[in-house]
Design a protein around this ligand. Structure first.
Ligand SMILES: Nc1ncnc2c1ncn2[C@@H]1O[C@H](COP(=O)(O)OP(=O)(O)OP(=O)(O)O)[C@@H](O)[C@H]1O
Ligand SMILES: [Mg+2]
Length: 265
């Protein structure tokens, strides 16, 4: 008798992931799971390996050891054509936005649909739907260069949603945006989760965003998971680096701690 509820099986399972570039190890035994409809925020200092982790989650890179399973399938071990099927089940908005500048916004969003071979006559209506989802119904005919940073991020999100994915990966959605635009994007992410039942993995180190959207936070440092749990627990985290991050306190550099007598002038 199966006791676990099938709808509660994790959509992402990362087990002891060890990975890097050439001889440089970036991830050194990372394990975690993501449940359906969860918003997981991956955070950590710049260069700690968040984008690298994301590349592994979507099967762009192969791990040195360990595994990544999406919907129960090991992304590094399945044949290329099955990976293609799997790719239709998730969407990615990369850190750079990565829009093609020589084609319109609508054509950018249409790209995954065309690659997937959706009937050409249905594409324009679908594109309009995706663009209205992100609040850009009127921007289809614009060129990416005519958009603001926040609009570009939303187009990237619309493109990530092109094939009705079950998981959306979003790398730094609010980096470089003003707080109001960033908050709008946060709200959009939550609306999409509620409206479309998607699981969301967001990389960000914007504290306000993390507090607004995260069900759970996963903090990386030195290639390992420093914290994995609900936001409510970060203040009680055992590792001081976690508490410092959330209180926005600087690292204490060794050796320059003020001496009591040097302070008494
Ligand atoms: N293609 C690559 N080839 C070699 N090294 C890389 C490559 N991409 C990233 N790195 C290195 O891997 C480490 C982790 O990079 P990564 O981009 O994953 O960090 P990050 O946590 O996303 O940082 P940020 O917050 O600045 O985006 C860095 O030291 C980086 O220089
Ligand atoms: Mg990054």
């Amino acid at each position: 008798m199966e006791l676990g509820r099938p709808d509660m099986e994790p959509v992402i399972e990362v087990e002891n992931l060890v990975a890097g570039y050439g001889a440089t190890r970036i991830l050194d035994g990372v394990s975690f799971e993501v449940q359906p409809r969860e918003v997981l925020v991956v955070l950590g200092t710049s260069g700690c390996g968040k984008t690298t982790l994301l590349r592994h989650l979507i099967g762009l890179l192969r791990p040195t050891s360990g595994s990544v399973r999406l919907f129960g399938r090991d992304v590094a071990a399945i044949p290329e054509e099955e990976l293609d099927q799997l790719r239709a089940r998730f969407g990615v908005a990369f850190q750079s936005g990565a829009l093609f500048n020589s084609i319109t916004v609508a054509e950018n969003v249409a790209l995954p649909m065309r690659e997937r071979g959706l009937p050409a006559e249905t594409v324009p209506a679908l594109v309009r739907m995706k663009l209205s989802l992100v609040g850009l119904a009127d921007a289809g005919q614009k060129m990416p260069s005519q958009l603001s940073g926040g609009m570009r991020k939303r187009v990237a999100l619309a493109r990530a949603l092109a094939l009705d994915p079950e998981i959306v990966f979003f790398d730094e959605p609010s980096a470089g945006l003003d707080p109001v635009t960033a908050a709008g994007l946060d709200r959009l992410i939550l609306q999409l989760r509620d409206l479309l039942d998607i699981t969301v993995v967001v990389v960000t180190h914007e504290l306000a965003s993390i507090r607004a959207i995260a069900d759970r936070a996963l903090m990386l440092a030195q290639g390992r998971v420093l914290f994995d749990g609900p936001l409510a627990e970060v203040d009680d985290a055992r590792d001081p680096r976690v508490r410092r991050f959330f209180r926005r306190e600087p690292e204490e550099p060794a050796g320059i701690r003020p001496q009591a007598d040097s302070l008494s002038l």
